[in-house]
Design a protein around this ligand. Sequence first.
Ligand code: CAA
Length: 242
Amino acid sequence: MARVAIVTGGTRGIGAAISKALAADGHKVVANYAGNEEAAAKFNAETGIPVIKFDVADPVSSAEGIAKIEAEHGPIDIVVNNAGITRDATFHRLSYEQWSQVLRTNLDSVFNVTRPVIEGLRARGWGRIINISSINGQKGQAGQTNYSAAKAGIIGFTKALAQENASKGITANVIAPGYIDTEMVAAVPEDVLKKIIATIPTGRLGRADEIAATVSFLASEKASFFNGSVLTVNGAQYIANG
Ligand code: CAA
């Protein structure tokens, strides 16, 4: 069945692959973006998937964006909280701004985007909330106290939300990608990235379409008994127990 889906940070990197996969599944996808107009226009031209600009770190802007999507496309059934940034620095050098930017964009965003949607999902008795965490929220990563905290926070949030809404036909799950071949990972200093890749037993970076395939499954009817799960997709770099 075709559903309305929002993918935050949905015009680039992992988010773009997710938007395309959900559209290929027949869903009506709207891809959110924050500021990269050029990438959003290119994505829209290539895929025909509508794009919408709003700042997921801001609750008012997010609520307005969600309202606009629902007015134009109908009630949202599938939420993919994918938007994320890095501001890497060791903690002894980390500024409050670097901490706050990452916590607001990567974790507050999950509240800002999911809260305006949840009441409708409960009323209609069906929903999929898919939150993109990270291997580094599971294991911690030197240089990422901010990012690791936000990504771990997503896991706790999702587990609680799953319990609250399971009886209403709603599932809430986490995908924890490892190092995926995107601009975000390409920004890691080359020597550091080389060392990181050496710790991936599969011997390569992951691909965005491998994360998108997991989202596609979680959004489907087939996944209705997956709830509160953390699906680790990392080439065996870190084997977590949930
Ligand atoms: N393990 C342990 N200690 C580490 C470390 C590591 N991997 N990396 C740095 N350190 C320690 C060093 O030992 C050093 O300590 P001493 O001074 O006591 O010797 C200290 O940190 C160096 O600190 P500096 O601030 O001087 O380091 P720097 O300026 O060279 O930068 C860094 C450090 C910012 C952490 C840099 O190494 C880096 O960018 N690392 C990559 C972090 C990373 O993996 N980011 C992932 C981005 S992609 C992503 O986030 C997507 C996803 O979900 C996977």
